[in-house]
Design a protein around this ligand. Structure first.
Ligand code: TXA
Ligand code: MG
Length: 336
C-alpha cells in the first residue's frame, strides 16, 4: 500500500483533504490524523472490520482497548453512559487531552473495548481532528499512530518511520502541541482513578472532582490493560536520573559507556555525544518523543534521561520515561 501525506493547515484544513480522509474512514480504511497530544491512527469506531485493521497496522495486542474520539459531548453520550461527574469533567476539560473511561453504550464493538464493559472517550482539541470526525459522520477509534512499543509520534515524519506502507493517508498539520498522550481517567467507580497521567494534570482533576486515586498493583493492571505492555520504548537502554543529578551521574558514565546521549532540562553533562535540552516542563513534554527518536539515531549506546519534578505535565513525562527505561513487559512496580 502506498502511503500518501497531505499537508493541511491546523486552523483551516480545507474541504478537499478532509473529504478525502473522511471517505477512507467511511469506506472502512485507516487515516492518520493530528490531535493536540500525538498523531492518531483512526478507523470507524462502529465497524469491527475497520477497527481490526488498526491492530494489524500497529502490531497491537487485541486486548488493549482503543480511545473513541468524538466531535462533541452529545456524540459522547451515544458512545458511553455519562453521569453528572463525567459531564462536569467534559464541561471543564473538553475539548482537550482528557480521556474518560465510562460504561460503554450498546453498539460499541468489542474490538474497541477489548471485551470490557467500559469505553474510553475523548474530544480532541484540534480543528483537523474535529473536522475529520464531523465529516466522517462516525466516532473514530484511534490509538497513537506508532508501531506497538515505539514512542508515540508527534510529527508526520515519525508516523512514516513506523507506519509507511501500512496506512493509506496521513493528514500532516505539523508538530503536535502537547506532545504526551491524553490523561486517562476512570470515572466508573465512587472515586475517579488516574489510569495514565497526561496532558491534563492530576492537580486540576483533583480540584475538579477529587479525591482522584492512583491505581495500585493488580487493580491498576486490571483496569488499564495498556499498562501491561511495554510502551514508549526507544531502541536504546534508558537510564533515569532525578532532576539536577544528571551532571554527577554523567561524570562517571563515560568511563563505563563510550557513547552517551542525554535528554532533560538541566544542561547536559560533559562528554555526552548528543543532547536534547528543554527550557520548561511543557517543552519537555512536547519534545520528549521526537527527542527519543532522534537520540536513537545519534549513534549513542545509552540515553541518560533526567526526570522532571512530578507536578503538572511533569507527572506524565516521568511516567513515559519510566516506561521507556523499564525493559521488562509488565506494569511499573511503583508510580514514578
Ligand atoms: O492522546 C491520546 O490519548 C492519543 C490520541 C491519538 O488521542 N491516543 C492514545 O491512544 O494514546 P492509545 O491507544 O495509545 O492509549 C489508550 C490508553 C491505553 O493505555 C488503553 O489501555 C487505555 O487508554 N484504555 C482504552 N480503553 C480503556 C478502557 N475501557 N478501560 C481502561 N483503559 C482503557
Ligand atoms: Mg499508544
Amino acid at each position: 500500500m502506498r502511503t500518501e501525506i497531505l499537508a493541511v493547515d491546523r486552523e483551516k484544513p480545507g474541504e478537499g483533504p478532509i473529504r478525502r480522509a473522511a471517505g477512507i474512514i467511511r469506506g472502512g480504511g485507516l487515516v492518520v490524523f493530528p490531535t493536540e497530544t500525538v498523531y492518531g491512527l483512526g478507523a470507524d469506531a462502529l465497524s469491527p472490520e475497520a477497527v481490526r485493521k488498526i491492530f494489524q497496522a500497529k502490531g497491537r495486542p487485541a486486548d488493549n482497548p482503543l480511545i473513541v474520539h468524538v466531535e462533541d459531548k452529545k456524540a459522547a453520550a451515544l458512545v458511553g453512559q455519562l453521569d453528572e461527574r463525567s459531564r462536569r469533567l467534559m464541561d471543564l476539560f473538553w475539548p482537550g487531552p482528557l480521556t474518560l473511561v465510562v460504561r460503554a453504550a450498546g453498539g460499541i464493538p468489542k474490538e474497541v473495548t477489548g471485551g470490557l464493559d467500559t469505553v474510553a472517550v475523548r474530544m480532541p482539541a484540534h480543528p483537523v481532528a474535529i473536522a475529520l470526525i464531523r465529516s466522517s459522520g462516525v466516532p473514530i477509534a484511534a490509538p497513537s499512530a506508532n508501531r506497538s512499543g515505539r514512542p508515540s509520534p508527534t510529527t508526520a515524519g515519525a508516523v512514516l518511520e513506523d507506519l509507511k506502507g501500512r496506512v493509506e493517508l496521513i493528514l500532516d498539520a505539523g508538530p503536535t502541541a502537547v506532545g504526551v498522550e491524553s490523561t486517562v481517567l476512570d470515572v466508573t467507580g465512587d472515586h475517579p482513578v488516574l489510569l495514565r497521567p497526561g496532558g491534563v494534570s492530576l492537580e486540576d482533576l483533583d480540584e475538579a472532582v477529587g479525591p482522584v486515586l492512583l491505581p495500585t498493583g493488580s487493580e491498576g493492571e486490571g483496569r488499564s490493560p495498556g499498562t501491561r505492555y511495554r510502551h514508549y520504548a526507544p531502541s536504546l537502554p534508558v537510564i533515569l536520573v532525578e532532576a539536577g543529578k544528571a551532571r554527577a551521574e554523567g561524570s562517571h558514565l563515560p568511563g563505563q559507556r563510550a557513547r552517551v546521549a542525554y535528554v532533560g532540562m538541566s544542561p547536559p553533562p560533559a562528554g555526552v555525544m548528543a543532547a536534547a535540552c528543554f527550557a520548561s516542563v511543557e517543552e519537555y513534554a512536547k519534545g520528549l518523543f521526537s527527542a527519543l527518536r532522534e537520540l536513537e539515531r545519534s549513534g549513542a549506546e545509552v540515553i541518560l534521561a533526567e526526570l522532571p519534578v512530578g507536578e503538572g505535565v511533569g507527572l506524565a513525562v516521568r511516567d513515559r520515561l519510566a516506561r521507556a527505561a523499564s525493559g521488562a513487559e509488565g506494569p511499573l512496580d511503583h508510580w514514578p
